[in-house]
Design a protein around this ligand. Structure first.
Ligand code: PLP
Length: 361
C-alpha cells in the first residue's frame, strides 16, 4: 500500500483493513457480514457496548460523560451544538481556522432565528489563520452558555495544545486531533469529531458530552440531533452507521494494541518533528504557522516557487506518496499525518522532499 497523506477520509491502519476483509463475509460465525445484521440484535449491541468501553478506556472518559455514535458528520454538530446547548443564552466562538469559522457561521444562523446570541471572541482570520489570537484580545461573554473552539484546524494546520482557560463550558471540535495525544476529557463540556481521520470511515460522528448538560435542548432541535434522546436510545434512535461503527471498534482495538494514546502520541510527535525539521532546515520549503501552534496532524507547506507545485505532486505520486495537494484555501502542499501514518512513511516523504529540492531547488 502507498503512503496516503489525505486529510480525510484518511489512511486506515492496514491491520484493521485486513481484519475487516477477513471478517467481511462471515462475522462472528453468523454467515453474514456485520453490515447485514440488525443493530438491535444482541451481537451488534455487544459490539456497540465494547466499542464504547474501549473508547472510554483510550480517552479515560468517566461516567459523568455520555458517549454517542451519531451520523451527519462533524458539520451537523455545528448546528447540533447550538440546538442542544445555547439555551437562549450567548455562546462564545474563537476562530483559529476554516473549521471554527464554519462552525461560527452556522451558529450565527440560529442567532438570526432568535435562539440566542453568538459572540465572536477573536479571529486569526485577518492574519490568514497562521496564529492564535492573543488571549488578551479575546472578548468573552461573562455568562456564556458555552465556549466553542477547534483545537486542531485541519486546513490551516493550527493546533492549540493547551485547553483555553475560560469559565464557560468548553465545546471542542476534535475531528482531526482526537486520539492523537492524551487529553483531560474532564476539562471539556463536550467533544465532537467526525470519524474519517483518526477513528474510522466517514459516516460516523462521535459526541462526548457531560451528562448534566443534556437538559437544555431547544424545542426546535430535531429528535435525531437531540443528545438526551440519543443517549436514551443507545445512539440508535434511528439506524446508526453500523459498518463505520464496527470499523471504529477495530481501530480502537488496534490503538489499544499499540499501547494506547500515550504510545501513539510519542510516534505522532516524532513524525511531526521529522517533517517540520525538514521544512525549517531548507530554504525551499516553508510553513507559515507560528511554531508554538503548529499542528502535529496536518502540516501545510509551500514550495519556494509555486510553479513547481504540479511537478512536486506528480513526482511524489509516482514515488508512492499520495494526496499531498494543499487545501485550495491555503494552496501549496499539506501532509496529514494521522495515527495510521507511520514514522517510516514520513521519513520517505522527507527523503523525497530533499531529493526534489536537490533537483529543482
Ligand atoms: N471540523 C474539522 C476540524 C474538520 O477537519 C472537518 C472535515 O474535515 C469537519 C469539521 C467537517 O467534518 P464532516 O465532513 O464530517 O462534516
Amino acid at each position: 500500500r502507498f503512503a496516503n497523506f489525505c486529510a480525510g477520509p484518511a489512511s486506515m491502519p492496514t491491520a484493521v483493513l485486513e481484519r475487516a476483509r477477513d471478517e467481511m463475509l462471515n462475522w462472528q460465525g453468523l454467515g453474514a457480514s456485520v453490515m447485514e445484521i440488525s443493530h438491535r440484535g444482541s451481537h451488534y449491541t455487544q459490539l456497540a457496548e465494547q466499542t464504547e468501553a474501549n473508547l472510554r478506556q483510550l480517552m479515560n472518559i468517566s461516567d459523568d460523560y455520555a458517549v454517542l455514535f451519531l451520523q451527519g458528520g462533524a458539520a451537523l454538530q455545528f448546528s447540533a451544538v447550538v440546538l442542544n446547548l445555547l439555551n437562549n443564552g450567548t455562546a462564545d466562538y474563537l476562530l483559529t481556522g476554516a473549521w471554527s469559522q464554519k462552525a461560527y457561521q452556522e451558529a450565527k444562523r440560529y442567532e438570526t432565528l432568535g435562539l440566542g446570541k453568538i459572540n465572536l471572541v477573536a479571529t486569526g482570520g485577518e492574519a490568514g489563520f497562521v496564529d492564535v489570537p492573543d488571549r488578551s484580545q479575546w472578548q468573552l461573554d461573562d455568562a456564556a452558555s458555552y465556549f466553542h473552539y477547534c483545537p486542531n484546524e485541519t486546513i490551516h494546520g493550527v493546533q492549540m495544545f493547551q485547553v483555553p482557560q475560560v469559565d464557560a463550558p468548553i465545546v471542542a471540535d476534535m475531528s482531526s486531533c482526537i486520539l492523537s495525544e492524551p487529553i483531560d476529557v474532564n476539562k471539556f463540556a463536550m467533544i465532537y469529531a467526525g470519524a474519517q481521520k483518526n477513528i474510522g470511515p466517514a459516516g460516523l460522528t462521535l459526541v462526548i458530552i457531560r451528562k448534566d448538560l443534556l437538559d437544555r435542548a431547544s424545542a426546535y432541535c430535531p429528535a435525531v440531533m437531540n443528545y438526551q434522546n440519543q443517549l436514551d436510545n443507545g445512539s440508535m434512535m434511528n439506524t446508526p452507521a453500523t459498518y463505520a461503527w464496527y470499523l471504529a471498534g477495530l481501530v480502537f482495538e488496534w490503538l489499544l494494541e499499540q499501547g494506547g494514546v500515550e504510545a501513539i502520541a510519542k510516534i505522532n510527535h516524532a513524525k511531526a518533528k521529522t517533517l517540520y525539521d525538514a521544512i525549517d532546515g531548507s530554504d525551499f520549503y516553508s510553513n507559515k504557522v507560528n511554531p508554538a501552534y503548529r499542528s502535529i496532524m496536518n502540516v501545510p507547506f509551500q514550495l519556494a516557487d509555486d510553479a513547481l507545485d504540479k511537478v512536486f505532486l506528480a513526482e511524489s505520486e509516482q514515488a508512492g506518496l499520495l494526496n499531498l495537494k494543499g487545501h485550495r484555501v491555503v494552496g501549496g502542499m499539506r501532509a496529514s499525518i494521522y495515527n495510521a501514518i507511520t514514522l517510516e512513511q514520513v521519513q520517505a516523504l522527507t527523503a523525497f522532499m530533499a531529493e526534489f529540492e536537490r533537483k529543482y531547488g
